[in-house]
Design a protein around this ligand. Structure first.
Ligand code: NCD
Length: 310
C-alpha cells in the first residue's frame, strides 16, 4: 500500500513502519537502476519545483538529479532572491503560484512550519527539505537507510547524536525516525545550552527508547554504534560570541576514533565546518563523504516516484 501517493511529506511523524519499509525497498531498486543505467523515464511529463529559501548543496542537487534521472522536468530555484519572494510575496501565495506550473514542490525555508503551511495552500504535494530549526525528514530517511545497510537490526544499537541538538533539524527528524524503526538507546551529546528540545526528547521516549544526555563525547564514544556528528548552526545564533564558544565543542579526530568500536559508523549530514578532521575521512567507518550522500539521491528518487505514481 503506497501511502505516499499524492500526499505531502513534511514530517517523519507522518510515517508508519510499512511506509519506511516500502520507501527503503524502492530506494534499493533506485540504487540498482542508477548504477546500471543512470535512470529511466517513469516521471516523464511531471515537473518538480525546488524552492530553496535557504542555502543548500546536497539536498537541492540530489532532488534535482533525482527528478532528472527519472525523466521529469525541473524548476530549480536555489535561492529565492530572484523570485517574487524578494518583492514580499507570501509563502501562501507562492505555494499557489508554483502549483500552477509544477506537479510537486520541494521547499526549504528558514521558518519552522513553513513546509506545512505551504502544503495547506499548494494544490500539489509538498516535500519539506528543511524548515528552519524544525525538521529535515528526507535527510532522516537517507540516514536511517544508510544505518540499516550497516547493521542487521536496529534494536541492539546505541546511537549517539552529537553537536547542536537544539537548532539542528537533521537530528530532530533523525532521532524520532530511529526511535520509530526500533532503536532503543540514544546518547544525546551537546553543550548544556544546545540540548535537544524537550518535545523531541518526549517523542523519542514515548516511542520506547532510553536517552542519556551528556556533554562529554570522549567518555561515551566507546559505547556508540552510530556516531552522528553535526555542525553548530551559526545562522540560528543572534549572539555570534556564543556561536564562537560552541563551534568546536566536538571535533572528531583520529585519536578520538581510536576509542570508538571497530564496528561503529561515523556519519554527518554535511556541511562540516571543522567537526570532523579530514584525517578521519579515510577511516572505513566514515560514511559521510561516501554512501551517506549517494543514498540521499536513491531515497529522494524513491520518494518522488512514490508520491507521483500510484
Ligand atoms: C543540513 C541542513 O541543511 O539541515 N544539511 C543538509 O541538508 N545535508 C545540515 C546542516 O546544514 O548543518
Amino acid at each position: 500500500m503506497n501511502n505516499f501517493f499524492g500526499k505531502s511529506f513534511v514530517s517523519v511523524d507522518q510515517l508508519i513502519i510499512s511506509d519506511v519499509n516500502l520507501l527503503f525497498q524502492k530506494a534499493g531498486q533506485m540504487k540498482e537502476l542508477a548504477v546500471k543505467s543512470g535512470g529511466d523515464d517513469r516521471l516523464k511529463g511531471k515537473i518538480m519545483a525546488a524552492l530553496f529559501y535557504e542555502p543548500s548543496s546536497r539536498t537541492f542537487s540530489s532532488f534535482i538529479t533525482s527528478m532528472q534521472r527519472l525523466g521529469g522536468g525541473i524548476i530549480p530555484l536555489n535561492g529565492m532572491g530572484v523570485t517574487s519572494a524578494a518583492k514580499g510575496e507570501t509563502p501562501e501565495d507562492t505555494a499557489v503560484v508554483f502549483s500552477s506550473y509544477a506537479d510537486i514542490i520541494v521547499i526549504r525555508h528558514n521558518t519552522p512550519g513553513t513546509a506545512l503551511l505551504f502544503s495547506r495552500y499548494a494544490k500539489v504535494p509538498v516535500i519539506n527539505a528543511g524548515d528552519g530549526t524544525g525538521e529535515h525528514p528526507t535527510q532522516a530517511l537517507l540516514d536511517v537507510f544508510t544505518i540499516k545497510n550497516h547493521f542487521p537490526s536496529f534494536a541492539p544499537l546505541t546511537v549517539g547524536l552529537v553537536g547542536d541538538l537544539l537548532n539542528g533539524r537533521t537530528v530532530h527528524s533523525l532521532s524520532k525516525l530511529l526511535a520509530k524503526v526500533g532503536v532503543k538507546k540514544f546518547a544525546f551529546i551537546s553543550p548544556a545550552q544546545l540540548r535537544m528540545p524537550q518535545e523531541i526528547v518526549k517523542a523519542v521516549k514515548n516511542a520506547g527508547a532510553v536517552i542519556t544526555e551528556q556533554e562529554n563525547l570522549s567518555d561515551i564514544i566507546a559505547d556508540l554504534d552510530v556516531i552522528y556528528n553535526t555542525r553548530v548552526q551559526k545562522e540560528r545564533f543572534t549572539d555570534l560570541e556564543k556561536y564562537e564558544k560552541f563551534k568546536f565543542a566536538y571535533v572528531i579526530d583520529k585519536k578520538l576514533m581510536g576509542k570508538a568500536k571497530k564496528t561503529a559508523v561515523l556519519m554527518h549530514p554535511l556541511p562540516r565546518v571543522g567537526e570532523i578532521s579530514p584525517e578521519v575521512d579515510s577511516d572505513p567507518r566514515a560514511l559521510y563523504l561516501r554512501e551517506q550522500m549517494k543514498n540521499g539521491m536513491y531515497v529522494r528518487m524513491a520518494l518522488l516516484d512514490l508520491i507521483l505514481r500510484k
